[in-house]
Design a protein around this ligand. Sequence first.
Ligand SMILES: Nc1ncnc2c1ncn2[C@@H]1O[C@H](COP(=O)(O)OP(=O)(O)OP(=O)(O)O)[C@@H](O)[C@H]1O
Length: 753
Amino acid sequence: MDEGPDLVTVEKPAPLERANSAWTRRQQAVSVRRAFKHYGSSQNPNHVLSNLNMTVAKGTIYGLLGASGCGKTTLLSCIVGRRRLNTGEIFVLGGKPGTKGSGVPGKRVGYMPQEIALYGEFSIKETMMYFGWIFGMETPEINDRLQFLLNFLDLPSQSRLVKNLSGGQQRRVSFAVALMHDPELLILDEPTVGVDPLLRQSIWNHLVQITKDGNKTVIITTHYIEEARQAHTIGLMRSGRLLAEESPQVLLSMYNCQSLEEVFLKLSRKQGQENSPQDANLTNNISLATLHWGKKEEPVYVTEESGVVGLNFHQSKEILIQDNTNGHYDRMNGVAVAQGSKDDSVQCDECSECCNLTTKGKTKALLQKNFLRMWRNVGVMLFIFALPVMQVILFCLAIGRDPTGLHLAIVNQEMDWSSRNCPVYNNCTFQYLSCRYINALRNDTIIKEYYETPESAINAVKVGDAWGAIYFTDNFTDALVARMALGRDSDDEILDQSEMRVWLDMSNQQIGLMLNRDLQVAYKNFAQKLLTACGNNPKLADIPIQFKEPIYGSNEPSFTDFVAPGVILTIVFFLAVALTSSALIIERMEGLLDRSWVAGVLPHEILFSHVICQFVVMCGQTALVLIFMILVFGVECKGDIFLVICLTILQGLCGMCFGFVISAVCELERNAIQLALGSFYPTLLLSGNANCAEVYLGLPAIDDGYHIVAVDAHQGLESPRDRRLPRLHLDHHMDCRLPHDIAPCTQVQAGLN
Ligand SMILES: Nc1ncnc2c1ncn2[C@@H]1O[C@H](COP(=O)(O)OP(=O)(O)OP(=O)(O)O)[C@@H](O)[C@H]1O
């Protein structure tokens, strides 16, 4: 039985060697050392990369193969700087990804993620423009490159929208984006899925072509293992480790296999057998060393340098390097200083770029992206512009007006029920005062329905046919006259008979209070007219409180005007919350944010572009809302309109910030929607905008001025106890002829005349 190849352990390097090895690592396109990565909490981690070493030489195609879920995408996302390792080191193009001046993420890499990660609302050309501008390319240059890529990848017309393309076409557009700026390092996560064999071959040919001169490097993952034969190196990955890292030819001959698939299966089986629980933490180097390689005499090279895993690793790399037409090998070994200085100069340029907040191209690309996405989405456009207008119209039509058509069940035992005759006298006649009072009730809000008995009227209220019932006794007029004439000498019976009795349905507080108010206002009007007809001062009908011209507002304030500012602010605030709270989430979920970040867009640039876009939208919404409120519905604006606009926009900015917080803390769109909706009432109620809250909660939108009148009149007239209080007061302290008589005096005066 064959024994595995010997493991050649390399001694711990001396300081100079270590410096050299660090230098050598920087010369590789990608070098990963002792990489560990897990998802989830540290208590319950899901280990994805376990002590992984990987070396990708410059100017090569590196095929990363492995079963689904073995960690390929995770490794690639760490290489492009989208994720961080838990421990370990990565060098990409001489620098650590994510550090200033490394150019990674940025235009030095071209990344094609596994998901499509393209804006569906964009055409192919717009997609290319977007990424081209981000990469700092000029428009004519982008156009040239676009033509080449359209032909090369056999793409449909450049004006076709990405969302209308087939899955395979979308993948090709995604591939074209990665190739767009002709990057130094191309990272392709399954680019050939859904691509026909002919095109797949031409893609591979292209990759071979671009790596020929040694300046471009490609890392590619694929599930079509056999197509990876065209790669210079193959990394076979399993369970977060590299089982082998070799050239395809060496692997095939080493394992005596016809296909790479067989090699992979062999290696996987071996690893499965060898990987007992106790050696699970050993490095992949050691587990490989224990494999039966079939070439007993050949040692496995395990050096920190190569991160070696397979046989003859260092050799195969040398061959590749020597193959490079521009003498890369020589430079690496002999002209190290020159190479180093080249890298330094690259870093320096990048540094000066880093100092700028953003670039013109990125700003242009991001702004155009945000506006185009909105413009092309009919739902979003309606949401942005039609919704606020609709809300304003509904508010102005539905809120602040008195309800109309309220049925009132009237039982008037003074009138002739059979002929329904209820005569109304407008002179100083004390007959049928009940009919005169009923005539004073507002006809626009109250629909008068006559009933024969109090029981039937009350029943009408109970079954919902009327909002209230009012009852006049058969000698109401006489009792009222006697009450006015006798004043303090009136007995209980006179007082009782002279009262109209009212039963209201108060289940709807707003309607109940409004009817209450109208019944009392009608009494005031009735008394004033009677006093005037009898030659008395109608003011005697008033309660002795004189409301002067208000310091602010008017004596008859409009409820609509009162609530309008709150409604305007609420509309602008919550529309801003709704628009921003999911903006980032959708892009994040579709992998669009990741792709833009890998292309070199920074978080503050994304935020800035959204703020600008949202600001423009908010200005439009503010203009629409104010035009409809003030110009169309005549809501009064007495202050400075400029201040109104500023305050409204500031409120919108608050909504936008709140939306961004939601966007940042929520992973899924539905969580964001839940949080945005759930925050509606707490925000409304805690913002001090109680009037607005009243409207939204459906609380009575009763005019404050009337409310006070209603409360006073209520205290003076309704309950027997309250009714006596003013009288006692009158008995001891007041003369009814004084001009400041209180309400009961009105009745006395009216009766005396
Ligand atoms: N964001 C994440 N949170 C938690 N676990 C994750 C996350 N992303 C990936 N994983 C897990 O990490 C493991 C490796 O996933 P990864 O996507 O890197 O595999 P892969 O080799 O690219 O698979 P495939 O070939 O199917 O794309 C999987 O078990 C996956 O469930």
